[in-house]
Design a protein around this ligand. Sequence first.
Ligand code: FES
Length: 328
Amino acid sequence: MSAAPQKAKAGAERIDVTVSAVVPLNDLVTRFEFQRRDGADFPPFSGGAHTVVEMKDGDRSRLNPYSLMSDPADLSTYAISVRRDDQGRGGSLYMHNNVSQGDDMVITYPVNLFSLDLRAKKHVFLAGGIGITPFMAMIEQLERSNGNWELHYSVRSADLGTYTDVLTYKYPNKVHVYIDDQNQAIDLETLLDGQPLGTHAYVCGPKGMIDWVHATGSKMGWPDENVHSEEFLAPAPGEPFEVRLCKSDKTITVGENESLLEAIERAGVDAPFLCRGGSCGQCETDVVASDGEFIHRDHWLEEEDHASGKKIMPCVSRFIGKQLELDR
Ligand code: FES
């Protein structure tokens, strides 16, 4: 019998894990594997799901979302692959520099914001760089059910082609790799044009790639609901600002390099989240009063919500001004 999950905070239920393997894959990417500390199986997940990994970095907690890339049929282990980002806010560097096999960590229950549409006749995956990770799990899932899929995977150089060797070995007829520095590029129009009716396309990679696939799909008459994407935004740094949390009766300062959500959590106030990247809607917070300018960066709120000054997504958005009061 599996142990009861840790008491849920508002974000998502947590699971105590041990790092069971750390596998460097190339100069930038390392795979981390986890097993539950209580020895039980992990909760089931489907391809495209992510977990949020908590990192205790001194007195600071970082919580970063990563796609689960292990086989959904094997619940003894969860695996993520982390690309080191030397310019980032430190989460990926923390994973690369501080996390070793045998360490205890805490991760959240999986949540899927990028699931396969199983009504699709065929699934076309478009990956850029580390955007390959959700497709690793989706491919395993579809292989078990004889799903019809193909992968078009663009990498910067042959050396940085994470998992290209495994994928091309296992699925030589379904996996197509494009190497940027050899001037290879996906011919997207031809690719989308040649698909049977009822095909769904999924893209995960840099923002430019995601926008390109959506724009090309729509130009070629693909229904919007047949083109799926996942992009977790990293919160951007900015000028510190002060916030009054009305329900909790606290005033906090959001630092230059932390998100509003992180500052709320640092003050000991429980705040909901799932993606921490501006796309799930979970952290939506009402603004009680404000005098200043919002820097909205989420993909969730409508333009009129942004313009109204009545809502903010604290995982990615910031504020510049004299006064901000939130219903939190
Ligand atoms: S936590 Fe998902 S939008 Fe903020």
